[in-house]
Design a protein around this ligand. Structure first.
Ligand SMILES: C[S@@+](CC[C@H](N)C(=O)[O-])C[C@H]1O[C@@H](n2cnc3c(N)ncnc32)[C@H](O)[C@@H]1O
Length: 208
């Protein structure tokens, strides 16, 4: 996983451009309404989405790729970037008022997805908020490659993706207070000039 992402950031730089996701604008509004002060961003990449949060909140971001971290520390000088895996985030670390996690969850098999959510929820203060996005089962790449678990496909050697239906997403977060789920489309233009529209789902909720 680490090598794959290091190669991509090394070759493609700011892979998804400079604009933040519309979901982070929505999350920022919701977090501000709820008096959030501190945020954790797992799988932050080069800080495309942390930058708009760190002008208002105190942001810690954890990212596995050294190449991404190097870009991020230049791109967003206000967030604090931790190099490492979200799975290694120690329970003794501090807790946050909110977590924003863009397109990390679908990169894992079921056991790890549940562990990822548990780790994140453990690092929320009581009543803390979360906002996650992930691939939707309505995305055009659903079904591409070998199905290794239900709705999880190995679409490149060693690279898997899970595609969420709304019910599936709700089941993943059943230990939390789910406030809202929805769909969102994101369009990216890549460095080779190809354009791709992704169908995502988001879930917004709260630690019980
Ligand atoms: C699809 S990208 C999304 C990047 C970023 N959220 C954005 O929107 O620009 C997934 C990111 O998660 C990082 N990542 C993958 N596994 C991780 C892990 N176990 N812990 C922390 N980051 C991870 C990758 O290096 C990559 O930057």
């Amino acid at each position: 996983m680490r090598d794959y992402w290091n190669n991509r950031f090394n070759n493609e730089g700011y892979i998804w451009g400079e604009e933040p996701s519309k979901t982070v604008i929505d999350a920022k509004r919701l977090f501000a309404l709820n008096d959030v002060k501190t945020i954790l961003v797992p799988g932050a990449g080069y800080g495309r989405n942390t930058k708009i949060l760190s002008d208002t909140f105190q942001v810690d971001a954890i990212e596995i790729s050294t190449e991404a971290i190097n870009l991020a520390r230049e791109w967003d000088k206000r967030s604090y970037f931790i190099e490492g895996s979200i799975f290694e985030l120690s329970t003794s670390n501090k807790c946050y008022d909110a977590i924003y996690c863009y397109d990390l969850l679908h990169l894992f098999a079921q056991i790890e997805r549940i562990k990822l959510i548990e780790t994140c929820v453990q690092h929320l203060n009581k009543g803390g908020l979360y906002y996650f996005t992930c691939f939707s089962n309505e995305d055009e790449s659903f079904g591409v490659g070998q199905e290794i678990e239900e709705n999880t496909f190995e679409y490149k050697k060693g690279k898997i993706s899970h595609f969420f239906s709304e019910d599936d997403l709700i089941r993943h977060f059943k230990e939390t207070e789910i406030i809202e789920t929805g769909k969102v489309e994101e369009v990216f233009e890549y460095s080779d000039n190809s354009i791709r529209t992704y169908k995502l789902r988001y879930i917004y909720g709260q630690k019980k």
